[in-house]
Design a protein around this ligand. Structure first.
Ligand SMILES: [Zn+2]
Ligand SMILES: [Zn+2]
Length: 350
């Protein structure tokens, strides 16, 4: 019984540090595997958890370590490990099995299909992430990730347990329908996951995260800091993960401006150190708004309109607030070709 307990702790420890594949290679003595794609992946997995450790140590050395910055993401990580562990894997397998036969083209495992697959993946990521910000119901799943009020690598673990499956169903379905070859899709997911964690690197380790000239071509940690900001100018921008093509195309790309330092967090009053508020607070507010709304139509609209929409007409959506900020800063309204949400207000009252 006790040995079983220690085995579980050992496995969780090894897998948190991303060491499973490396341990396996060292155990088997097949060191030549290190030169294969599997081997390279095995070496990359532990980098980000160890960077997180360095980030914490640096913060401690410089006496800037605040337990609140790490506590809630850590609690969420533990909670998700127990509750949401297998749902994502099941969702991905289901989508691949059900949709492969409807793929528009069939592709192979080559570099040019990797480029195609990555563009398709970024598109599917944009769709999932855009809806997560623009549909209140989906925002309830995504808001936990935006609650932390400082940026560090542990934030990349802070997700509501149902968000993974929701994101995976949308992204896998679109990619499989676009004909992305499943083994290639797993490679893309690996690159995306690694980069997706890296862009949460804290200011303790990297003060200016624009990455020089790269800031013009890809989505850098600086862009993702902007995405996590609650400054009106930055709200609901930079939905992509690595390639920023779709943000460019839909007018949602926003660079970090020197005159506007990023303020992290969400706009509602929240206690970022309270796990329950961070994890379930958004759902509680939605239920309250629905309960208080007059008529079925308004109740329904609260579910699907963007956060900040109000049945009284006093909307405080990110789009309205950003438009004001752009005018105040005298910046062009690049955001105007942002895809519009369904015009649900035109649905007749029930
Ligand atoms: Zn987001
Ligand atoms: Zn993030």
């Amino acid at each position: 019984m006790i040995t079983h307990f220690f085995e579980i702790v050992y496995h969780d420890f090894i897998s948190f540090w991303g060491l499973n594949a490396l341990v396996e290679i060292f155990r088997s003595g097949q060191y030549e595997k290190l030169l294969t794609l599997e081997g390279i992946k095995a070496c990359i997995f532990p980098i980000l958890p160890f960077l997180l450790l360095i980030e914490i140590i640096r913060a401690a050395v410089y006496k800037r370590f605040k337990i609140e910055d790490y506590k809630v993401p850590f609690l969420i990580f533990v909670f998700n490990r127990f509750v949401g562990r297998f749902i994502s894997i099941a969702a991905i397998s289901f989508c691949i099995g059900a949709l492969s036969k409807y793929a528009v083209i069939s592709t192979g495992f080559t570099w040019y299909w990797l480029v195609y697959g990555y563009i398709a993946w970024e598109f599917s990521h944009f769709i999932y992430h855009f809806l997560a910000h623009k549909v209140r119901l989906f925002w309830c799943l995504h808001a936990s990730h935006h609650a932390p009020e400082s940026m560090n690598l542990s934030v990349s673990y802070a997700h509501f347990f149902l968000e993974g499956p929701y994101a995976d169903v949308i992204r896998t379905s679109i990619c499989i329908l676009a004909g992305v070859n499943p083994p290639l899709l797993f490679l893309i997911m690996f690159i995306d996951g690694t980069w997706g964690t890296f862009i949460h690197i804290g200011e303790n380790i990297m003060k200016d995260a624009r990455l020089g000239v790269l800031n013009r071509f890809i989505l850098t940690p600086s862009h993702h800091r902007v995405h996590h900001a609650r400054n009106p100018l930055y709200m609901d921008t930079n939905f992509c993960n690595l390639l920023n093509i779709w943000d460019r195309l839909f007018g949602t790309l926003q660079k970090e401006e020197h005159h506007t330092p990023v303020v992290y967090g969400v706009t509602r009053k929240i206690n970022p150190t309270n796990f329950w508020d961070v994890y379930f607070g958004e759902i509680v507010f939605l239920v309250r708004d629905i309960a208080g709304a007059p008529g079925l139509k308004n109740k329904f609209l609260y579910l699907f309109m963007p956060p900040g929409w109000s049945h009284t007409g006093e909307h405080k959506t990110a789009k309205i607030m950003r438009r004001q900020a752009l005018q105040e800063n005298d910046l062009p309204e690049e955001n105007d070709d942002e895809p519009e949400m369904m015009d649900l207000e035109k649905i007749p009252a029930v």
